[in-house]
Design a protein around this ligand. Structure first.
Ligand SMILES: [Zn+2]
Length: 469
């Protein structure tokens, strides 16, 4: 009998991890990190809820940390099987996991410094660079587009790799398996679904029927997005008005996909003559720089119009005045540059990284514009700013918020409520498991699904819960 159990992204957005037991095989779908407030992040330190050594295959939907972030830990605890994913996902996961190991090390050093005077030993980091190097050897089965891979015991997997429309290399996963009395069954795991109408990645593909079981994300299960074009226009207006009055545009950004999308739009403004070629633009994030280069390597996974530029030998990300800021010294030197400029730096929620130094120098100036293009979690510095704080603390010092603040939500890489509902309607499965959402968002989506699909069983699984499928 086939069974699925949920070990992450069940009651939370992050920590994606689901275990499928079919045809005698134990197949893990994702092994992501929990991110957010400590109540959620502390789940990273809890046992997986299964024996990592018992897993026969790990299937990775895409390279975001909340989908791949616990793989080093899994390997450290006995996991030895192959990791199946697309080629771009393998390379993205490498950069993301190395960056994560670096952050864990920095946090450990900081904790250790604080606790040593109290005679307390700081808890070891979740994993180290060595764990990441080791687990990268297990990424030995990159999968081609639409390739069917036999996993043994009558179970096969297929990646609809170019069509999840979420980020470079993201995939919808189809698993065919023998169900009750050997009847063929199909499970579809959406991973994260995109919203469509994006310049870099393709629109998400419609589900390929028949689908018996659908495991679907619900990040924005209770929200509609503003149109993408309106968001691009708002971005242009915010940038051009700031440059006109000689100010600095600061954009805290996520290294993967969002940074590249913004570079693409800023490049378009320069190519169209709206923004002077002389205005300097800094991509101040070594991780974002590494990932930007992957788009060139894997441009065949991108939107065909976007690829045309590469076909002519031109990168859609390169334009006059663009600087890749690698070192900390180069980052500090940005403040010495007089006149209007645009700076993209991480972290996206302003909780760490180089953006904090820029905010310390510029948030209190009326000539600055801060453009927020991503989700800001409760308790983050970004959330305090968009909630209207007059003053915020940066590196322990109060800094007044005098900059103009724009919040532009239409750049989300996730499908909104209508798109999720449409996807489920087209799949028309026997069972749906709603995962990867805040409880209110998953509940709202499940309620709508129940109204629409009267013959479908709908579940919002809890952490550790098992179901027969
Ligand atoms: Zn994602």
């Amino acid at each position: 009998m086939a069974e699925i159990s949920f070990h992450g992204a069940a009651g939370t957005v992050t920590g994606s991890c689901h275990l499928l037991k079919v045809g005698g095989r134990n197949i893990l779908l994702d092994s992501g990190a929990f991110q957010g407030p400590w109540a959620v992040e502390s789940l990273n330190y809890k046992p997986f809820g299964f024996d990592p050594a018992s897993i026969h295959s790990l299937i990775l939907s895409h390279g975001h940390l909340d989908h791949c972030g616990r793989i080093p830990l899994l390997a450290n605890q006995g996991f030895r099987a192959s990791i199946l994913c697309t080629h771009p996902t393998r390379d993205i996961a490498h950069f993301i996991l190395m960056d994560s190991a670096h952050i864990l090390k920095e946090e450990f050093i900081w904790r250790q410094k604080r606790l040593i005077r109290a005679g307390i030993k700081a808890e070891e980091p979740l994993y180290t660079f060595d764990d990441v190097y080791y687990c990268m050897d297990l990424f030995d089965r990159p999968v081609r587009l639409h390739e069917k891979v036999e996993l043994g015991d009558g179970v096969s997997v297929m990646f609809h790799a170019d069509e999840a429309g979420h980020i470079l290399g993201s995939a919808q996963i189809y698993i065919d398996y023998p169900g009750h009395r050997g009847k063929r069954r199909r499970l579809l795991f959406t991973g994260d679904l995109g919203d469509g109408d994006r310049p870099l990645v393709n629109d998400p593909e419609n589900p390929e029927r028949p689908v018996d079981v659908l495991v679907m994300e619900s990040t924005y299960g209770n929200r509609e997005h503003r149109s993408y074009q309106e968001s691009v226009e708002e971005l242009e207006e915010a940038v051009l008005s700031t440059i006109k009055r000689g100010g600095t545009v600061l954009i805290p950004t996520f290294a993967l996909e969002r940074s590249q999308e913004l570079l693409y739009h800023i490049g378009n403004m320069k190519r169209a003559g709206k923004l002077s070629a002389k205005i300097p633009v800094f991509l101040n994030s070594p991780l974002a720089i590494d990932i930007t280069r992957l788009y060139q390597k894997y441009c065949n996974y991108c939107h065909s119009e976007f690829m045309t530029g590469y076909g002519k030998g031109e990168s859609p990300f390169m334009f006059p005045g663009l600087h890749f800021t690698q070192t900390a010294d180069e980052s500090k030197a940005i403040h010495m540059i007089e006149g209007p400029k645009i700076v993209l730096a991480g972290s996206g929620m302003m909780t760490g990284g180089r953006i904090k130094h820029h905010l310390k120098h510029l948030l209190w100036k009326e000539s600055t514009t801060l453009i927020i293009v991503g989700y800001q979690a409760e308790g983050s510095l970004g959330r305090k700013i968009i909630d209207g704080a007059d003053t915020v603390k940066i590196f322990g010092q109060p800094v007044s918020v005098k900059a103009r603040v724009y919040t532009i939500n239409g750049f989300s890489a996730h499908a909104d409520r209508s798109h999720l509902l449409e996807f489920a309607r087209r799949a028309r499965p026997r069972k749906i498991f709603v995962v990867h959402g805040e409880p209110s968002s998953s509940a709202a989506l499940a309620e709508e699904l129940a109204r629409d699909l009267r013959n479908t069983e709908i579940h919002i699984p809890k952490l550790g819960q098992k179901f027969k499928i």
